[in-house]
Write a protein that binds this ligand. Structure first.
Ligand code: FES
Ligand SMILES: [Fe+2]
Length: 375
């Protein structure tokens, strides 16, 4: 079979077909580490959050000893859901099934099965809730739905977490959240994130702040350009220090950043499929992705500052969020345009240019997962 002289994208059907979507949910979303929030989202014991990953419902809660636990929202008796709301607090540290009142500890052990007798042969210890693997990275909480996760949490973070070693991620506190539903497949969002070919046309302000983006590439080396020798590693235009409307900030900078971290002006941590993080000298932003359907994706954008800055007189949330909000809304529009054209009966797939190398890598990763279950 002749191969095309150019690089082809994934088949267009992979971006809208419900059958294929189910395969990806199983091969990727129910096998990989998924960010579910920050430790401070569960301030007290008994606090819970429910989330859906594909057709699976998970509950994350904090037990009396302070540890976070995740389990499937399904009773071990006859399978009723346990939690009927998206968030709340379990009273008296107990999870009581709304159907026949089987009662569990927050950590998942079955404590009571009303009216069961010896004749039932039931040993409570054999019926804990279906546990879900949970891990934390510097305040961010992740779950993995695989019964025995094939991808270790360390391998998942490898090569990315170190980029923000100097940032005090544990001490961040959220100052703003923007959540929206995008009418696009989850991969469309990632592919848009992974190239800057669209930047000159879609993000006029951003390319003024980050000059290399004008080339369509994201790094000077990829664009075949020399960095400014007076400011090696600097990504922002001279005089700019952060992603803001004028490139400046009146907030104090994070203590402990090295010269290179500060000079760069923007540091990305990319953890597909679930999130990416952007660290600046004064704030950190995360973008979480969650598929809701073949052509629908939930986007959660959170802005964080150091907890000591929460009362700072210069903290103006509107100012802090304006620039990136604009970029996100430009990207959201591009993603939805992309999705709405991809159903064309004649369009079986597209083409990837050199400037879209990272999209190609991402598609190879998706393909590997779907076809071979590989990393
Ligand atoms: S299904 Fe939960 S107690 Fe019966
Ligand atoms: Fe963009």
């Amino acid at each position: 079979m002749a191969t095309a002289p150019y690089r082809e994208t994934l088949p267009a059907s992979w971006f809208c077909d419900p059958e294929h979507y189910r395969r990806e949910v199983q091969a990727i979303w129910q096998r990989d580490w998924i960010c579910v929030g920050r430790a401070e989202d569960w301030p007290q014991s008994g606090d819970f959050q429910r989330l859906r990953i594909g057709d699976q419902q998970i509950v994350v809660t904090r037990a009396e000893d302070g540890a976070l636990h995740a389990w499937h929202n399904t009773c071990r008796h006859r399978g009723s859901v346990l939690c009927e709301s998206d968030s709340g607090r379990f009273e008296q540290g107990r999870v009581v099934c709304p159907y026949h009142a089987w009662t569990y500890a927050l950590s998942g052990e079955l404590l009571r099965a009303p009216r069961s007798t010896q004749r039932d042969g039931l040993r409570l210890e054999d019926f804990p809730l279906y546990r879900v693997a949970l891990a934390s990275w510097r305040g961010f909480v992740f779950v993995n739905l695989a019964e025995a996760p094939a991808i270790s949490f360390e391998a998942f973070l490898a090569g990315e977490a170190d980029r923000v070693a100097a940032w005090p991620l544990e001490d961040l506190r959220r100052v703003h959240r923007a959540r929206q539903r995008l009418a696009c497949n989850w991969k469309i969002f990632w592919e848009n994130y992974l190239e800057c070919y669209h930047c000159p046309g879609v993000h006029p302000e951003l390319v003024r702040l980050v000059p290399v983006y004008r080339t369509g590439f994201m790094e000077y080396a990829d664009a075949g350009l020399q960095e400014d020798p007076a400011r090696p590693g600097a990504m922002l235009r001279p005089g700019a220090v952060t992603w803001s409307t004028d490139g400046g900030t009146e907030l104090p900078w994070f203590a402990g950043l090295g010269t290179a971290d500060a000079e760069r002006g923007m540091t990305f941590v990319t953890l597909p499929p679930t999130m990416f993080l952007v660290a600046h000298v004064d704030y950190v932003r995360t973008v979480r992705v969650l598929p809701l359907g073949p052509e629908e994706t939930e986007l959660t954008v959170d802005w964080y500052v150091h907890r000591d800055v929460l009362d700072h007189p210069a903290l103006n949330v509107e100012q802090l969020t304006a620039f990136a909000s604009q970029v996100v809304s430009e990207d959201a529009r591009a993603c939805e345009l992309n999705q709405s054209g991809i159903r064309c009966g004649r369009h079986r797939g597209g083409v990837l240019l050199e400037v879209e190398d990272y999209v190609f890598d991402f598609e190879q990763w998706v393909r590997g997962r779907v076809e071979h279950g590989g990393r």
